[in-house]
Design a protein. Structure first.
Length: 90
């Protein structure tokens, strides 16, 4: 009989699309949480900061060292080097 070809399930209808979409969203959320957990675990306690601490003596020395290295490699002119030293108060 032609009516029995779908075995009464009508191919899953729209519910299969909804279920598949929810599964994809779930996979994306789980992967995002895993990435967040790894990043958080690897940066915790390492002192990672977005900007160097120029107020401490060690931070100022490191900034000066980076400027010296960039100047030595020719990445900045003498004017740029002295301007940055003046701007940073070094």
């Amino acid at each position: 009989d032609v009516a029995m070809m779908g075995y009464g399930y009508d191919g899953g209808g729209g519910w299969m699309w909804v279920f598949g979409g929810l599964m994809m969203v779930g996979v994306v959320v789980v992967i995002g949480l895993a990435v967040w957990a790894v990043v958080t675990a690897t940066t915790r306690g390492t002192g990672v900061r977005t900007a160097p601490e120029s107020s401490s003596a060690g931070g100022r020395d490191r900034i000066r060292q980076v400027l010296d290295e960039r100047y030595a490699r020719g990445e900045m002119t003498s004017e740029e080097y002295t301007e940055r030293l003046h701007t940073l108060g070094l």
